[in-house]
Design a protein around this ligand. Structure first.
Ligand SMILES: Cc1cc2nc3c(=O)[nH]c(=O)nc-3n(C[C@H](O)[C@H](O)[C@H](O)COP(=O)(O)O)c2cc1C
Length: 168
């Protein structure tokens, strides 16, 4: 897909069909994450791919944000491996960039998606044995939208460029 179209087509999907995402597409999405830039190239990220029936059941205990998707990524930042100085650590930013690469590649491949920030970190941690150095930051359901999927309510609501940008 043309890049500008990817940017414009990406939108939050809140109801997925039962059609599974092909393995090759999952691999390409993960590869897009692997190639993302990170501070000092430390790549302080871990991605869990949840696809098994057991994994999906565990995930559903931690969030209502799966919306029926059969594949869900959990993107974690690694506090121990991230670039840090004084009161700053890059792990959230790095994991966000990796997630953004993946969400755009998913869109490019026609795989619908959503970025979920609302989940119970403690439950996720316990269910998936996530170690203390990893901070789960993004839950990303992937799939194909259901015909009944509601339109994303805020997708067409964006501030004007003049509100966001100031030339100096
Ligand atoms: C950091 C972040 C957290 C989000 N968390 C949630 C969430 O927990 N539940 C949800 O339904 N959507 C969530 N979203 C999706 C946003 O609501 C959505 O991207 C926004 O309303 C714009 O709509 P669009 O993605 O269709 O353009 C999140 C998006 C981001 C970037």
């Amino acid at each position: 897909m043309e890049f500008e179209k990817v940017i414009r087509e990406r939108k939050a999907t809140r109801l997925f069909s039962s059609k599974p995402v092909e393995d090759e597409k999952i691999e390409k999405i993960l590869e897009a994450g692997r190639l993302a830039p990170t501070a000092k190239n430390l790549q302080p990220v871990k991605i869990y791919v949840v696809r098994s029936e057991e994994g999906i059941k565990k995930l559903d205990k931690a969030t209502h944000g799966r919306f029926g998707a059969g594949t869900v990524l959990i993107i974690c930042g690694d506090k121990e491996k991230a670039y840090s100085r004084e009161n700053y650590s890059s792990y959230e930013m790095d994991a966000s960039i990796v997630s953004t690469h993946m969400i755009l590649e998913a869109t490019n491949l026609g795989v619908d998606n959503i970025w979920i920030g609302l989940f119970h970190e403690d439950i996720l941690r316990e269910e998936f044995n996530i170690p203390d150095n990893l901070i789960p930051l993004v839950v990303m359901p992937l799939g194909y939208k259901s015909k009944l999927c509601p339109p994303s309510p805020f997708h067409n609501i964006r501030k004007k460029i003049s509100e966001l940008v100031e030339y100096k």
